[in-house]
Design a binder for this molecule. Structure first.
Ligand code: PGA
Length: 249
């Protein structure tokens, strides 16, 4: 059956000093029944991989290019992430979709590149506030799932993160029933496209203002297999509490 995953996305935060937080997290979880992942800035990835070695924490990238190599100044390929020690990469985060104009097609190509390089693609989907308020949420999710998830997806190489854009970094969280509605819907979409066995094996994460004090409630929602955590992943103490809530769920 699918594994639970607590994933932290440090975004564009952290220089060398931040690695002490990762050291503390790794000390807290020498072993665990669940998967624990931190996606630091690319500049820290290789050192981060050294810190978490032989613990239950692994590290990943925040984005990758769709091509294996070439003339793409400033970009990083999935193979380069693997070389630096990554076991996963986030693709299609709403901040990439917004800041860099990434469309579903690009996200799908990046996810495909990650899978080809042998690491998990954490594909992010989520609606804007306007889309939520005009009852377009499920249409948007269906379009992003269809467009952003590659055909070669399996329970071993794909994770889907549902992140309502209006909940990211705002302290606002959808109701538990709204989270369940979207997660159930994503599971159904995966079932229709990949069949029941694959659909049941893909971890579905919720992301958007997950904190130590709301984590247990969110992890109690059916079809929520973990979280993608931004702000609260920057402090080992906060993220450890979220990991413990998921272990206990
Ligand atoms: P947040 O970010 O936890 O700070 O809301 C979540 C995310 O963007 O993955």
């Amino acid at each position: 059956m699918r594994r639970k995953l607590a994933a932290g996305n440090w975004k564009m935060n952290g220089t060398s000093a931040a690695l002490s937080e990762l050291e503390a997290l790794a000390r807290n979880f020498p072993s665990s029944d669940i998967d624990i992942l931190i996606c630091p800035p690319a500049t820290l990835l290789h050192r981060a991989a050294g810190i978490v070695r032989e613990t239950s924490v692994s590290v990943g990238g925040q984005d990758c290019h769709a091509a294996a190599s070439g003339a793409h100044t400033g970009d990083i390929s999935a193979d380069m992430l693997v070389d630096a020690g990554a076991s996963a990469v986030i693709v299609g985060h709403s901040e990439r979709r917004e800041d860099h104009g990434e469309q579903n097609e690009t996200v799908r190509a990046k996810a495909s590149a990650a899978m080809g390089a042998g690491i998990k693609a954490i594909v992010c989907v989520g609606e804007s506030l306007e889309q939520r308020e005009t009852s377009k949420t499920l249409d948007v999710i269906a379009d992003q799932i269809e467009g952003s998830i590659p055909d070669q997806s399996t329970g071993d190489n794909l994770v889907v993160a549902y992140e309502p854009i209006w909940a990211i970094g705002t302290g606002k969280v959808p109701s538990l029933s709204d989270i369940q509605e979207v997660h159930d819907f994503i599971r159904t979409l995966l079932d229709q496209r990949f069949g029941k066995e694959t659909a049941e094996s893909v971890p579905l994460l919720y992301g958007g203002s997950v904190k130590p004090d709301n984590a247990s409630d969110i992890f109690g929602v059916p079809n929520v297999d973990g979280a993608l955590v931004g702000g609260a992943s920057l402090k080992a103490s906060d993220f450890s509490d979220i990991v413990k809530a998921l272990e206990a769920a």
